[in-house]
Design a protein around this ligand. Structure first.
Ligand code: GLC
Ligand code: CA
Length: 514
């Protein structure tokens, strides 16, 4: 057993937006295949693919119509199989997204359930008779979590109405998912990212959501048995496959329950992602993370971005640098220069911490959130379901710039499904590869050096307020989040920005050999 995931750097590919191989303006597997060299050159260990299954794309593929095939826009199953082999042959592991909480409304089970009020498939979902809406639960994208069928019944959907929730009390739902996991394990995938992992089990009494009472669909105790059964299956495949959960739970003790030795190997550290650029708060999150992971032998993860949140260079350039969905608005002023300086410092900080790290495509290019996408082109259901109060997540999903002076910047030959800013001519992979001071060069250098960092726990070093300093063996990392330059000891291995007269300037991180 290699336990490769313990210190891996995992790169998230968002297939629609990575690279387009056939000129239709939408990224696909051929595009990924053609750019595997970028990931090898960057130095990551694994790729996590956001959903690649057949889907009406009501939520960009998180509405799955068939879990055992590939979305025709992206390619074919044969292409995915050969991509898995090609990635393995260049040393990259493959993690795929599995979406167990809900299916697409186009999934055959839901279609059968809709066909008649007596269809046995209704048991696989949460159907309730009308006329009253069963509960006043609000969905995760805003708006009511129930939609009425033409025959007057209601069905539950915690996300878009095109994403009906499965009933995980039904044995067929459980068997089906074990079988889906087997399908992909047999095709060589090295792990699964479990979407919305804390939501699967609902209280069948459908009580209202009341503060201070157990939540009817967040983090119910019975969810853990599901992951135990998945872990048993995965372990039966030889032990070097991994489960990573998308678990949005601010309570570290509840979060840690998903990481018990017979459940998942790791879960996204979304508290770290949401943390403002503030030394005190970051230190708190780092300490809490280590405190809850260590006794379980679980792998801590360090995450700065993904396909759901505002890009770091935009976030860190604002007055309020933390992330929350509730506070997400567009048009809040941001200083992209400052944001970029901080995102560079944050990258070195997070990549120095013990555990696994995640890089969301485009993060290594320092791309900003695109906030001027014309409303008519926006696709995210969050934008539509929030009555346009929330700009949605399209701004972090704009197709990558690879090369050239103008859109589509080598993304493909067609018009990209979302428009790319003209200023990205300075942010292409080609330009950044040639520039030792670029964000890409920083990530590349960091990922190489990271392999030499001793695989030992972190020890905090004394530092002044606003500075985070720790060592791991003979390696040290110092991040200056204060407003004044600070001294440091050690030989510089890598710095996120220029040093000034031997001092570490504000918003800069340095890696040191002691
Ligand atoms: C997760 C995904 C998000 C998706 C939602 C519903 O939070 O990361 O993109 O919309 O689940 O599947
Ligand atoms: Ca395409």
């Amino acid at each position: 057993m290699s336990a490769w995931w313990r210190d891996a750097v995992i790169y998230q590919v968002y297939p629609r937006s990575f690279a387009d191989g056939n000129g239709d303006g939408i990224g696909d597997l051929a595009g990924v295949r053609a750019h595997l060299d970028h990931l090898v050159d960057l130095g990551v260990d694994a790729i996590w693919f956001s959903p690649w299954y057949p889907s009406p794309q009501a939520d960009a593929g998180y509405d799955v119509a068939d879990y055992r095939d590939i979305e025709p826009i992206f390619g074919t199953l044969a292409e995915a199989e050969s991509l898995i082999r090609a990635a393995h042959s260049v040393g990259l592991k493959i993690i795929i997204d599995i979406v167990p909480n809900h299916v697409s409304a186009a999934h055959p089970w839901f279609q059968a359930a809709l066909a008649s009020p007596d269809a046995p498939e209704r048991e696989l979902f949460w159907f309730r008779p009308g006329p009253e809406r069963p509960t006043d639960w609000e969905g995760e994208f805003g708006g009511p979590a129930w939609t009425r069928t033409p025959d007057g019944a209601w069905y539950l959907h915690l996300f878009d109405k095109a994403q009906p929730d499965l009933n995980w009390n039904h044995p067929r739902v459980r068997e089906e998912h074990l079988d889906i996991l087997r399908f992909w394990l047999d095709r060589g995938v090295d792990g699964f990212r479990v979407d919305s992992a804390a939501l699967l089990v609902k209280d069948p009494a459908l009580p209202p959501v009341v503060d201070g009472r157990p939540h009817p669909f967040h983090d119910l105790d019975d969810v853990h048995e599901i992951y135990r059964s998945w872990r048993r299956l995965i372990d039966s495949y030889g032990g070097d496959r991994t489960l990573i959960g998308e678990v949005w739970l601010p309570d570290p003790e509840r979060f840690a329950r998903y990481l018990r030795p017979d459940e998942m190997h790791s879960a996204f550290n979304l508290e770290f992602l949401c943390s403002p650029w503030d030394a005190g708060r970051l230190r708190e999150v780092i300490d809490e993370t280590i405190r809850v992971h260590e006794p379980l032998g679980a792998v801590a993860t360090w995450v700065l971005s993904n396909h759901d949140v505002t890009r770091p260079v935009t976030r860190y350039g604002r007055a309020e640098t933390g992330f929350s969905f509730a506070a997400k608005r567009e048009g809040i002023p941001t200083d992209l220069r400052l944001g970029t300086v901080r995102a560079r410092a944050a990258a070195l900080l997070s990549l120095a911490l013990p555990g696994a790290a995640y890089v969301y495509q485009g993060e290594e290019l320092g791309l900003e959130e695109v906030e001027d996408i014309p409303p008519a082109l926006r696709q995210d259901p969050m934008w539509h379901r929030s009555g346009h109060r929330d700009p949605g997540r399209d701004g972090c999903r704009v197709p990558l710039p690879w090369s050239g002076e103008e859109p589509p910047f080598g993304f493909g030959t067609g018009t990209p499904w979302l428009p790319q800013p003209r200023a990205w001519k300075d942010r292409t992979v080609a330009v950044q590869r040639a520039d030792p001071a670029s964000m890409l060069s920083l990530y590349r250098a960091a990922l190489r050096l990271r392999r030499t960092v001793p695989a030992v726990a972190l020890t905090w070093l004394d530092s002044v307020p606003g500075v985070l300093a720790f060592r791991r063996g003979a390696f040290a990392c110092v991040a200056n989040l204060s407003t004044a330059p600070v001294p440091f000891d050690g030989d510089v291995l890598l710095a996120s920005g220029p040093l000034e007269d031997g001092l570490l300037p504000p918003d800069t991180t340095v890696w040191l050999a002691l």
